[in-house]
Design a binder for this molecule. Structure first.
Ligand SMILES: Cc1cc2nc3c(=O)[nH]c(=O)nc-3n(C[C@H](O)[C@H](O)[C@H](O)COP(=O)(O)OP(=O)(O)OC[C@H]3O[C@@H](n4cnc5c(N)ncnc54)[C@H](O)[C@@H]3O)c2cc1C
Length: 290
């Protein structure tokens, strides 16, 4: 196997919350064959596996992860225009790079990706989006490995995407995706990208340790409004608090533990349920041992 398996790796550096304990194993494969070899070997070992993208939607618990974290690196971050004009993007490619590549090639409808700090693999798994766009609308097909080591390609109509999720979550390793490329006017694409980035700057905090929106928006409601109405804005537990600019952004103020964040999540969920009767569902993924 040419990829490296490291042991006892601290996960803090791999999550935007900058929190979490150690992973028993941390695997950075070099190519698809490497992953298949690992998965075949793991059939006997039967260890837990977690696929990590850019960690911008993942809280690792303080107890770490008792298994193998698989992180696709630069070998999986290629991006190109195919002969039919559509895009092929490696799962580890960052969303921002996709947005900029699309801009350079006068391809519209990917402007929203300039506001999302994830990898395209994570973005497919989460069906991420903003400003009336979501990645599902651009997907032609997805190449992936099952955890049994089988390579598959699913066309868009074989994939179940829903609001902030897909059936891919935790069950496959996405390797690459084909995205529909609609040609547009470069200046208009640039202006739209600038507008989205500007809107985000106004409405959301930056340079904080957060994974963005912690809860999904329930039907026709905004999670941040429910949190505000329920008097949670100023709640904090240890070093965990809510952003003043956007109260659905939970943050590590520098000395939080993952437990602080999880306890604050539960406190806010309880208060919102009591006040509004609505049970908020998590958007972020919480991984590992308590
Ligand atoms: C400041 C900030 C702003 C944000 N704004 C938005 C926003 O506007 N809209 C939005 O939707 N989200 C937003 N997010 C959340 C986050 O950026 C997205 O969910 C992003 O798409 C997650 O990608 P990731 O690579 O970081 O995923 P990770 O956090 O690494 O993983 C998330 C999930 O995807 C799975 N996954 C990752 N890679 C793969 C793969 N190759 N194969 C299979 N499964 C995989 C993981 O197992 C996990 O279940 C924001 C986050 C931050 C920090």
């Amino acid at each position: 196997m040419s990829g490296q398996i490291l042991n006892d790796i601290n996960l803090k550096q791999y999550s935007w919350f900058n929190l979490g304990g150690n992973a028993k194993n941390f695997f950075k494969p070099k190519n698809r064959k490497d992953i298949i070899n690992f998965l075949n070997r793991n059939k006997k070992l039967n260890q837990n596996i977690h696929i990590l993208g850019a960690g911008s939607n993942t809280l690792f618990r303080d107890g770490g992860f008792d298994g193998t974290i698989i992180k696709l690196g630069s070998e999986f971050s290629n991006i190109k225009v195919l002969s039919d004009g559509n895009l092929e993007v490696g799962a580890a490619c960052l969303d921002k790079k996709v947005a900029n590549f699309a801009l350079e090639n006068s391809i519209k409808d990917f402007e929203f990706l300039s506001c999302i700090p994830g990898s395209i693999g994570g973005t497919i798994a989460m069906n991420s989006g903003c400003y009336e766009h979501e990645i599902a609308n651009s997907v032609i097909s997805v190449d992936f490995l099952t955890l049994g080591g089988e390579f598959k390609t699913f066309k868009r109509d074989q994939i179940n995407f829903y609001y902030r999720g897909s059936d891919f979550g935790e069950t496959v390793i996405i390797l690459s995706v084909k995205l529909k490329a609609n040609r547009g006017n470069k200046d208009e694409i640039q202006n739209k990208q600038n507008k989205f980035v500007e809107q985000k700057k106004i409405s959301q905090p930056s340079k904080i340790k957060t994974c963005g929106s912690t809860f999904k928006n329930p039907n026709n409601k905004k999670a941040w409004e429910l949190i505000k109405q329920s008097g949670c804005e100023n709640l904090s537990i240890g070093g965990a608090r809510l952003s003043e600019k956007h109260c659905n952004f939970f943050m590590n103020n520098g000395d939080a533990s993952s437990k602080d964040i999880e306890m604050l999540i539960e406190r806010v969920r309880e208060k919102v349920l009591l006040k509004t009767g609505i049970k908020l569902d998590l958007e972020i993924k919480i991984i590992g041992k308590k």
